[in-house]
Each structure stands twice: as C-alpha cells, then as structure tokens.
Design a protein around this ligand. Structure first.
Ligand SMILES: Nc1ncnc2c1ncn2[C@@H]1O[C@H](COP(=O)(O)OP(=O)(O)OP(=O)(O)O)[C@@H](O)[C@H]1O
Length: 355
C-alpha cells in the first residue's frame, strides 16, 4: 500500500543543512496499522508527511497504492491525496464553522448531490459517535471529541490510508484509549490502512500490528509488533518497551530501595520474558520442583499483543551455584529469555548476556 524507498529529506536553513530523514525504506501493507515511534526530533513528522508529499523528499521514491507519487501531475497528485486522510495533534479544525461544516468541507469539490453530501456527513458523524454535536462549534467540544471530528473529516473522501501525526498526544490516557479504539474499529470495518507516528510505545502497543523505531532520521529497528516486543534488538527499542510495560519504573524503584531485593550471595537478579501461551506459573514452579531454585517475583506483567501474550517478570532467583546454572540453561532451552540485571553469582556478566 505504501512503499518508501531510500527517502532522504534535508532542510537548508541559511548556511546550515539539517538532515531530518536519512535513507529510510518502509513498506506498509494494505490493512496494516503501522506505528512509527521515536523521541522528539527523530524525523517522524517529516517522514509521515512524505507519504502524501506534504513534504517532498530530497531523494528517494514514494509509492502509494501502486502509484509513483513523485511522477504525478498536479491534478493526479490531488486525486491521489484524496485517498490519504490525515489527522494531527491539535486537530486543525475551522473554529468559525460548525462541526457539520467542518466535516462537509472536504466534500465541496465532490460530485455528490446536496442530499447525498448531507447523508455522508451525518453518517460520518454517526460513525465517530458525534451525531448530537452537528450544530456545535469546535470550542464547545472536548479534545477527544475534536479529534473525532477531525477523523470524520479525514474520512470524507473515503481514503484508503489514514496518517495520524501524534493524534493522541494532546489527550488524557482514557480519551487516548477511546480514540485508539475508534481507529481500530475503522481499520477493521473499513479496511483502512493506518500509519501512526507517536513518541509513546503505549500507543503502538494498543493498536499497531507493525512498528518502526526512529532515531536521528533513521529507522533503527522495524518488524511485527510481537517480534519487536519479545526480542527487541536495539537499546532504544528496549527503552521504549520498558517504559510502555512499566519495567523501567520498577527497576528505578529497586535502584532507590535496593533492600527490597533481599539478595544473598548466589542470588541472580534478572528479567524473564516469555511469549505465547506458556504462562509464568509452570516456568516458576519448574524452577523450584526440578532445580530447587526459589524465585522471588518483584514484578510481573502480561501484555496481549495481536492476541499473543507476552510476559515479563523481574525476579530474584536463589539456589546453589550449580542449581542456578542448570535453571538458567533450562530457561534458555524453554525459549524463555533471561536478562541478567545484576548477579553476585555471575560476577562478570553484563546485562543482556543471556538474553
Ligand atoms: N521545515 C524545517 N526546516 C528546518 N528543519 C526542520 C524542518 N522541519 C523539521 N526540521 C528538523 O528536522 C528534524 C526532525 O524533525 P521532525 O519534526 O520530523 O521530528 P519528530 O520526530 O516528528 O519530532 P517532534 O515529535 O518533536 O515533531 C529536527 O531536527 C527538526 O528541527
């Protein structure tokens, strides 16, 4: 559906040149909900604006739905752009017009009759749950409601793609979830392909089936959400995941209150991660039953991503040195990832040695 190849975007400001996007290739399939995550300044907004050529790349190729956008004439490009809706962090509604008029606005150049247009606007407002706000003005709506209006407006020309530029960043967590639910519904019922850029892995976790992680204008890691969450390859991705799964808050608490660990000589302080329907209980009970290793669970979390459970535990394992070695070998053979955080037993190991 979307294929970006070797995209570079640089901005010339006076004597300086800023490279915002550097050699990015990205492929989004029809029906994907594709997340692009990165900290501020990573180049996400610039990249997403390349998809509808709001930002022309300095070099590279932009293909959308089989069309090479950079070769289109202005009229063809306008038609192609109608099939790509976009929503923004600050909604960008017209404040002097009613909600009805905001949604109707993109239909001005359509071939629909007046009554067809009116039906379309009403249907769209119903789809986003705002039929009763038709005659209100944007200033009379909450942030979540404004974003719903923006979504209805973005859907007016029946786009096949919806680009979301930090669409939930100005909303509280509960409203964020309701907007993500709506996007999920649109993806499932209309088959809408969605690209979401965000600085929150939490958002990606809720709704995306694929994710790319951006840093300094480059994509440093990309793949399906379950692989990325269960086996992140780069430190930045781990940081984002640890924040989204609350692991870093737990580690911070343990750093501040090390007495909570109750560690003895041989003990191993580690993170255990597993994927699929294997639950933590058999793993932990096997450690005790087969290897005489007891496990103190300091934190446990299961995320369900794309119907796949991914479990993370932070534990202290206690036992004799040889029993602990055997237990670690068993965990590895059982496809359970172990990341040593600190270990007196393995004095010289680093975090991630056994991951
Ligand atoms: N029009 C512009 N002129 C000059 N530099 C720009 C322009 N637009 C973006 N940049 C620079 O390009 C880099 C990437 O910016 P971009 O807005 O794409 O990042 P981002 O990941 O979306 O961050 P944020 O979430 O803060 O918007 C930044 O260093 C930014 O200053």
């Amino acid at each position: 559906m979307i294929s970006l190849s070797n995209i570079k975007v640089s901005f010339e400001t006076g004597s300086q040149s800023v490279v915002a996007v550097q050699d990015v290739s990205l492929h989004v399939d029809r029906g994907d909900v594709y997340g692009i995550v990165g900290y501020s300044g990573a180049g996400k907004s610039t990249l997403v604006r390349v998809i509808n050529l709001l930002q022309r790349p300095t070099s590279g190729r932009v293909e959308v739905n089989g069309q090479d956008l950079l070769t289109l004439h202005p009229k063809e490009l306008r038609a192609a752009r109608k099939k790509i809706g976009m929503i923004f962090q600050h909604f960008n509604l017209m404040h002097s017009r009613t909600i009805y008029d905001n949604v109707d606005y993109p239909l001005k150049s359509s071939k629909l009759s007046k009554s067809e247009r009116s039906k379309k606007v009403k249907d769209l407002l119903e789809l986003v749950g705002l039929s009763d706000k038709m005659n209100a003005y944007p200033s009379q709506l909450s942030g979540g409601q404004k974003q719903r209006v923006a979504i209805a407006r973005a859907l007016a020309n029946d786009p096949e793609i919806l680009l979301c530029d930090e669409a939930t960043s100005a909303l509280d967590p509960k409203t964020t979830l309701s907007i993500l639910e709506l996007l999920k519904k649109l993806n499932q019922t209309l088959g809408l392909t969605i690209v979401i850029i965000t600085h929150e892995m939490q958002v990606v976790k809720e709704i995306c089936n694929k994710v790319a992680v951006m840093e300094d204008g480059r994509i440093v890691e990309q793949g399906d959400i379950v692989s990325i969450f269960s086996r992140p390859q780069v430190e930045l991705t781990r940081d984002f995941i640890n924040t989204a799964t609350h692991i870093d808050q737990t580690l911070e608490k343990l750093r501040v209150h090390p007495s909570l660990l109750h560690m003895k000589n041989n003990d191993i302080f580690c993170k255990i991660s597993y994927i699929g329907d294997r639950t933590s209980e058999p793993v932990i009970s096997t450690l005790t039953a087969r290897f005489r290793v007891t496990t103190n669970i300091l934190f446990a979390n299961v995320e369900i991503l794309q119907q796949t459970p991914i479990g993370n535990l932070i534990v202290v394992m206690s036992g004799t040195a040889s029993d602990l070695d055997e237990a670690l070998r068993y965990l590895q053979s059982a496809q359970v990832a172990v990341e040593i955080i600190d270990s007196r037993h393995l004095q010289n190991s680093k975090v991630g040695d056994l991951a």
